[in-house]
Write a protein that binds this ligand. Structure first.
Ligand SMILES: *Cc1c(COP(=O)(O)O)cnc(C)c1O
Length: 400
């Protein structure tokens, strides 16, 4: 027993992953493990392998790893590329920095388009970079879909058009670890070759599973790519997955969670899930602007439906503010990463959230600003309430 006083009510986990897990997902995991070579697992394996595909809007393969999202990054690169290959990346924020670091470590050659960390990847810049590559030697364009550090979304449809406009054959790879089941993502329609995702963000699951959705073109590239790979080899996975099996022990308890998460998303309706994220994100931005604070995303088209990064006024430390909010109101806000450390905090609206949880979170932020002496205007929560009530009118009319 700890000497800490109990915090009544529930902890507000408003970070952009791990996100809160719905009770039904928690309950789904509270079971005995099962034989991963037995018939019961086979049914589960087949069900989740099929059920995950619509979330990527793909009919192609989605490979599931017992690894965090970073493992799926490695799978994407090592299965499709060869030592020394040139890779075009855009430094949209901290996750782009880390993915690029992996590219370096694997012996690939990254060419990086810089940003000010306040926009998603700019398709026009990608296009002009690709035009300069007359020999069409660049093998892959890697962009982060939802940059969780900055709250900026990359418009993948525009990036696709940039590749098409230049007739460049590079593979298009995206990290949608925090975008899956929150932001519009169309793996097939947008001609994405590898989409990487993880379990602990929009899927409302614990950390521990990651995914690569793989196009036929990426699969063909994997046949000749020569980077070393073993545990993450797509070939081994695909040789087994067709019948619902895995080449090594899958994270069976997390499969129970995934199965339930897919069921929850389908019960709500996938498009409704995406609309809810857009709506709650807008409510948060309305509150932030009403406080007179600045949203990090500079343009509406880059606004993330999953997380809002809020810039702290000069002279106020965002981490001191987060600490105050945690200790006073039992709410965890996301920290500023890398160059945003101390300068920004993040409010997640990702996964299992609704109007009242978001308004609760905003209330904690507004009270925290007051207590921390951060200059702001009152009424952010009021403004978010007005917006969300307005959005709810059709639902209310039906209920009346
Ligand atoms: C969370 C996250 C990662 C890292 O994933 P891990 O599961 O921690 O390995 C990478 N990219 C983005 C965009 C993320 O949000």
């Amino acid at each position: 027993m700890s000497n800490e006083p109990r915090s009544p009510g529930r902890h507000f986990l408003q970070i952009p992953g791990p996100t809160p897990i719905p009770e039904r997902v928690v309950a789904a995991m509270a079971r005995q493990v099962l034989d991963h070579r037995g018939p019961e697992f086979q049914k589960l394996g087949k069900r989740v392998l099929a059920g995950i595909k619509p979330l990527f809007k793909t009919q192609s393969h989605v490979i599931i790893y017992p690894a965090s999202g970073t493992g799926a990054w490695e799978a994407a690169l090592t299965n499709t590329l060869s030592p020394g290959d040139r890779v075009l990346m855009v430094e949209t924020g901290q996750f782009a920095v880390l993915w690029k670091q992996m590219v370096d470590r694997l012996g690939l050659r990254a060419e990086v388009i810089q940003t000010d960390w306040r926009i998603g990847a700019d398709a026009n810049e990608i296009e002009s970079h690709l035009r300069k590559d007359k020999a069409k030697a660049i093998k892959a364009v890697c962009v982060v879909h939802n940059e969780t550090s900055t709250g900026c979304l990359t418009r993948l449809d525009e990036v696709r058009r940039a590749l098409d406009a230049t007739k460049h054959p590079a593979l298009l790879m995206t990290d949608s670890i925090s975008g899956l089941a929150a932001a519009d993502l169309r793996h097939d329609e947008w001609g994405i070759d590898v989409t990487v995702a993880g379990s602990q963000k929009g899927l409302m699951m614990p950390p521990g599973l990651s995914f690569t959705a793989v196009s036929e073109k990426a699969l063909a590239a994997s046949k000749t790519a020569t980077l070393a790979r073993s545990y993450f080899s797509w070939d081994d996975m695909l040789a087994f997955n067709g019948d619902g099996w895995f080449p090594y022990t899958p994270a069976t308890s997390l499969f129970y969670a995934l199965d339930e998460s897919i069921r929850l998303i389908n019960e709500e309706g996938f498009e409704n899930v995406l609309a809810r994220h857009a709506r709650l994100g807008e409510a948060v931005r309305i509150a932030v602007r009403s406080w007179g604070l600045e949203v990090n995303s500079r343009e509406a088209k880059y606004d993330s439906p999953a997380v809002t990064t809020v810039l702290m006024p000069d002279g106020h430390n965002a981490d001191a503010f987060r600490k105050l909010v945690l200790e006073t109101f039992n709410m965890s806000l996301g920290t500023g990463l890398n160059r945003l450390a101390g300068k920004a905090f993040r409010i997640a609206h990702l996964g299992d959230t609704n109007e009242l949880t978001i308004l609760g979170a905003l209330t904690g932020v507004e009270m925290g600003l007051e207590l921390a002496g951060v200059p702001h205007k009152k009424g952010g929560v009021q403004a978010a309430m007005a917006y969300l009530a307005d959005c709810a009118k059709p639902v209310a009319a039906k209920a009346a």
